[in-house]
Design a protein around this ligand. Sequence first.
Ligand code: MN
Length: 722
Amino acid sequence: MIRITDILEEAQRYLSHEDIEVVEKAYIFSAQAHFGQERLSKEPYLIHPLEVTAILVGMRLDVASLATGLLHDTIEDTLVTLSNIEEAFGKEIAFLVDGLTKISKITFASKLERQAENFRKMMLAMSSDIRILLIRLADRIHNMRTLDYLEPEKQKFIARETLEVYAPLAHRLGINWMKIELEDLSFKYLQPEDCIALNEWVAKKKDERDSYAEQVRELIRKEMGEFGLAGTVEGRAKHLYSISKKMKEQHINFDQVYDLMAFRIILDSDTERDCYAALSMVHALWKPVPGRFKDYIAMPKANNYRSLHTTVIGPYGERVEIQIRTREMHEWADKGIAAHWRYKEGRAFSATEDNQIKILRELLEVHQEGDAREFMRNLKLALYPDEVYVFTPRGDVKPFPKGATPIDFAYSVHTDVGNQCVGARVNRNIVPLHYKLQNGDTVEIITQPGHLPSKDWMKNVVTSRAIAKIKQFIKTEERENSISLGREIFEKELKKHRLKFAQVVKTNEFKIAMAEYSLNTLDDMLALIGYGKLSAKHVANRLVQDEEKKEESIFEKVKKRFRKTQDAGVSITGIDNVMVRYAKCCGPIPGDDIVGCITRGRGVTVHVASCPSVQEMPPERIIDVHWEIEKKQVFSVSIRVRCGDRKGLLSELTNIISSQGVNITYANIDTMPGQSATCDFQLAVNDLAQLNKVLLDIRKLKSVTSVERLREPIERSEKGSH
Ligand code: MN
C-alpha cells in the first residue's frame, strides 16, 4: 500500500521545500475530507488519490498537479466545496480541481464508434489546462487497475470508455506507457477469455522467448561495438492488446515467439545521424524486408513520436521488428508531452500559459508536416478551446463553435426543430435560448408545433446552418407580409378607378404589364409593391390606360354584333362600320352638327348635338361622329308651316317641296275655317342644304306666317326613341 512518505520522497527530488509543504497540506486536507470513506475493495478511500498522485509524481508533474491529484475527488465525493479548496490552496489548484470534477462527471455512453472522436475532442476542450487531462488519465489508470471490484457490466462499460477515449488520448499526448497499460487493462475486461488464453500462451513461451531475445540482443550489441555506437538494446514482448489486434487485423495465428517480440536500439548519442548509422548497421547484418522501413524522424507521427522502424529477416529466417531512436526520442515516445515537464533546466515544468505556448511553438518549428500540425491543432484545442462539445439526450456528442446557443443546437438536429424551438433544458434545467453552451452539457430542445423563429434569434446564433435557416425564414416571412401588404395597396389603388383586383389580374393587359416589369408571378409584383419598390399607382395608371383601350374594345364587340350591311352615313372617330341609328328624338340629317351616343346593345345612336337628351347622357358615352355620305340617301325630317287659310295654298306648298326633288312621306293639315292653318309635313331629304332651300322657298310664299323644322317627329308611332 502506497504511503504519502513514498510520494514526498520522490517529489523532493525535483520540488522545492515550499512545494513539498503544499503537497503535505493537500494530503492532510484530502485525508480529512475522505475520512471514513471506503473504496469497493474495502480499503480506505484515501488510497485512490494517493495512487493517482504517485503516478503524477512518477511523471514529474508540478506541485499544483500533485496537490490536485490528492484533492481531485473531494468536491465530488465529500462535503468540501470549491471555495474551501480555493481558500486553502489558491486559485490555480482550485481551478484544476474544478476542471477534474467537471471532466469526471461526463461519461461516454454512445454506442457509435464515430462518436468516440468527438468525445475525445470534448475531453481535450474541457481540459483547458493540459494538466487536467494528465491527472484525469492517471485517475483512469488507477481505476482500471482496481476494476476487479466492480460488477461485470460496469467493468465492461468503463473498459470500453477507456479503450475508445482514454487510451487514444494518452496516445495523442504521446504517453506510450499509459496507452499500453490502458489498452491491456481494457482488453482484460472486454475480452476476458482471449486475454487469458493469450497470456497463458505468452507465459508458456517465456523461456523460449527469453533465450531468443538474448540471442538477438547479443548479435546487435556486438555489431554496435564494432561500429562504435553506444547505447542499449531492448527486446520485449509486445503488449497483449497489440498482439490481439494484430491477430485480428491480419487474420494470423502466432506460432513463433519472435512474432511477439519487438527490439529497440536506444542510442546514448543525441544526433539523428547516429540513428541512420545504426540503421545501416542493422541492414548490413540482416536483410531488410522491402517496404517495411519507416522514417518517423524525418516525418514524425501526429503525437510527435520520432523513431526509425525497420523489419529484417532474422537469424532463423524470421521477421524481426527493430526500432532505432536516441534517448531523448525515447523519452518523448514513452512519456509524450509529459516529458517536457521533466528536468527542464533542473526544475519542474511550471505549466503556465507562457510555457505551454513556448512548447507549442517549439513543436511547431520542428515539425511542419501535416500530421504534426494536426496534433498541434488538437493540443491547442485543450489550451484555447474555440469549440464546445455537448451531448444530445441520447448520449451522442456534437461539436459547436464557441458561443453556440440552444438555437444552434436545435437547428443542427433539424430545421423544423430549430423553427419550432421554444425553450431548452441543459442538464435537465430550463435555460434561456441565449444560454451559451458549455462543454459536456446535455442539451434537450423543447419544441412547440406551429411556433415560428424570431428575427431576434439572429443575435443568438453562431453556426452557419442556424444563421442560414433563420435568414431564410425571415426572408420568406417578410415576403409573405409584403405580398399581403402589396395586395392591400394595389386593391385600394384599383378601387379609385372602379376596377376589381380579381378581374384585373386575369386580363391580358395585366399579364403584359407584368412582363414589361420583368416579373414572373403576381406574388412577385405584390411583394415589390409591398416592399415599396414598385408604385401601385404607377401600375394602376397604366392598367387604366389599358382599360380605356378596353372601352374601345367594347366598340369592337359592338361592331361585330351589329355590323351594318348598308352604308352608315356617318363615320365614328377611329372606328368603322359600327351599327348606326339616327335618334328619333331629334332626327339628324346630313349637315346637322351631330354627336354619337354609345348605347348598350344598339351600337351608336346619332343625335343632333343640341338635342336635350344628349345633355342627359353620361359624358363617357358620347363620342365624336361626323357625316360621311358616299351616295345619296334620304333622311326623314318633319316641318311645320303656319299660314293663313287660303285657297290653293296646299297645292302651292306641295309644288314647292316637290320642285326641290323632295318627297313628302306624310302630311297633316289642320285648318280652322276663316282662320290660319297648320300644315305638318314629313319629308325625305338628302341633307340640311336641301331642307334649308325648301324652307326658304316656303317662307317666300304669301300668307305663310312661319315655317320650322320640328324636333319631334310627327309620326306618333316613332315617338320617344333615342
Ligand atoms: Mn478519482
